[in-house]
Ligand binder design. Sequence first.
Ligand SMILES: NC(=O)c1ccc[n+]([C@@H]2O[C@H](COP(=O)([O-])OP(=O)(O)OC[C@H]3O[C@@H](n4cnc5c(N)ncnc54)[C@H](OP(=O)(O)O)[C@@H]3O)[C@@H](O)[C@H]2O)c1
Length: 276
Amino acid sequence: MTGKAALVTGATHGLGLALVEGLARRMSAEDTVYLTGRDAGRVARAVEALPAGGARVRGEVLDVAEPDGAGRLAARVAERHGGVDIVFGNAVMRVGPDDDPRAIVEDYAEVNNFGTTRLLRAFAPLLRDNGRFLVVASSFGTLNHLAPALHDRFDGLSSLAEVDKQVAAWRDAVKDGSARGGDWPGFVNIPSKIAQVAAVRALAGPRRDDDLARGILLAAVCPGMMNTPTSALWWDVRAAPSPAWAAQALLDLVFRPVDPAQYGELVRDGKVLPWR
Ligand SMILES: NC(=O)c1ccc[n+]([C@@H]2O[C@H](COP(=O)([O-])OP(=O)(O)OC[C@H]3O[C@@H](n4cnc5c(N)ncnc54)[C@H](OP(=O)(O)O)[C@@H]3O)[C@@H](O)[C@H]2O)c1
């Protein structure tokens, strides 16, 4: 298959769907954008509802919590296209203030964190020249949101396996209750987003020079507060930007030349948010 290949996880609604729509609009008719999600029916309905024009949008089921899911899809994409050009790791498990962290943390880490490291392992090796791999994190993904005693857990990690090990330790501490009353924040989103950024940093370290020479950007991105059902569970987001609006700054990172200062960092509105 000729043309470029792009892929977005968790794209059945919210920011993921807006990213697919924006990619399709800005890419060409010979290109393919994979709209992926965990439910075949929701994936098919999301594809059908998209406006015509631009790149071809193809639905694929990818439950990022499934251990072999990303690897299997990566193999299919590689067979069809010979590589991948753009990947957005966007999927997130929806939790609300009434959820007991001990009850949800296992699934939460599986989707948001192990799902992210699986995606990085499966698709980063397929990136073609001028490729983009962007992990959607948030402004909570910097170390200053964590007690200083915990910084070493996520700072300076040099492999995805080390990141997974730290995520597992945090998950287990939340599950068995030992995280309560200690240094860990009660809001599970914070360690989870920090670990997503740590995963990008760990993979980026050894790849940096080669990727930049090839025009590749690997980074974590922050869309800012948006009006989606997930954020509405926590905050009054009626006045917050729509996912389509928030997607624009993320798409600019795809279609504008790479700024080396953004490589391996957390980027919001084109600016790097300091890790420490
Ligand atoms: N909303 C905000 O204000 C805000 C702020 C900062 C950062 N972010 C980040 O932006 C990203 C998108 O957020 P959002 O508000 O657009 O979320 P959302 O509307 O809740 O959408 C989440 C998407 O992830 C999918 N998903 C859930 N579990 C999955 C799994 N196991 N495998 C694959 N897909 C799965 C959902 O699919 P289903 O239809 O199957 O549920 C849905 O399509 C997230 O990474 C979030 O943390 C959001």
